[in-house]
Ligand binder design. Sequence first.
Ligand code: AMP
Ligand code: GLY
Length: 426
Amino acid sequence: MNILVIGGGGREHAIIKKLRENPEVTKLYACPGNGGIAKDAECVAIGATDIPALVDFAVEKGIDFCVVAPDDPLALGCVDAMEEKGIPCFGPNKDAAVIEGSKVFAKNLMQKYGIPTARYEVFSDSVAALAYIRAQNEFPTVIKADGLALGKGVIIAETMAQAEEAVKSIMEDKMFGDSGNRVVVEEFLTGPEVSVLSFTDGRTIVPMVSSMDHKRALDGDKGLNTGGMGTVAPNPYYTADVARQCMETIFLPTVRAMNAEGRTFKGCLYFGLMLTKKGPRVIEYNCRFGDPETQVVLPLLKTDLFTVMRAVHDGRLAEVPVEFAGGAAACVVVASGGYPQAYPKGLPISLGDAESRADVTVYHAGTTLRDGQLVTSGGRVLGVTATGEDLPAALEKAYAAVREVSFDGAFYRRDIGARALAALGK
Ligand code: AMP
Ligand code: GLY
């Protein structure tokens, strides 16, 4: 089997390592991949959004199955374009990927089908948006650009002045381009956040082990929002009772709602949830595996990933028992100095003995090879993951490995998992 994975971050590295476990997978390509993925797959320098070039490449190499991991190619219709050429894919088609690509679509879907989420209004005019926020006079308030914005399109305004600035920068200055043609203004919710990734073929939905992201750059949830500075799984707030409630009120209704809209979703559907006092609420949907959630979820997956992905594609997910290991996993992201703002690139990386430690995997995100030397090439550079019998054990192993890693300006949060440990009473 010739497999192509589209993307080049830590999430894709985790997917690729898992796919390699299947002996039927004889050849793996990554477009574009990265410096660490190069050890596990053949990296080909085609950008993840260059759909025509990706399709030509897949046809030329006789690709048997393609995994489209990032949001941009999914929103651009990469799956549709591949399948037109007869190449089966894991991932939603363009019509279904809109669940992440448009927050207005997602909110209207939830409203129409009674799926619990924050109260909201949609605006395509900045004056009307501000008039509404002023009349509501409830702060903080949440302002979201409609379209994809590299995970930065959500602004929590504490004051009217901040709301004015947010609406101006999104809708008038177009800081996220056309993604800001419309905004969602929504109620500010509070409670623990949980990420639940799920496999679905449009009929069956199988939630994976839950996880907890750490979005802010600095310890104590301070600093700017990032793509995610670390994760743990499982998320202790996500009890069996909460899981049952989510299945009944959110997961199954979402799958059915997408079917009813003629937008059957196949692939990995990601639920960003907030556990409020009134019950679980959807904060966001993603049409793909989360990053760095995947780096803690897939190491705990016991079932063969390629088997599950093919079953999702074929609409046979109900026939495949999907199992997760007990125990826990923790991922600590090592980032470039300055991230999520400007940071240098091309700095040599030393991994020490991190990769040879028991139960540790170093997933590469922003790395590249320069004359055989591993160097930095992105903001989030590495995701150092460890598994253990419980969360304290996983965290200890992950941090011991992180201390082996070095490059100029490297930084990481020292409190990944701290809140989860507190919730567990540890
Ligand atoms: P997103 O980019 O949609 O993942 O949102 C980024 C973060 O903003 C979320 O992880 C939440 O912490 C926060 N957020 C988004 N919507 C709300 C809301 N309605 N109430 C409170 N926090 C929110
Ligand atoms: N870690 C959040 C995301 O992948 O969107």
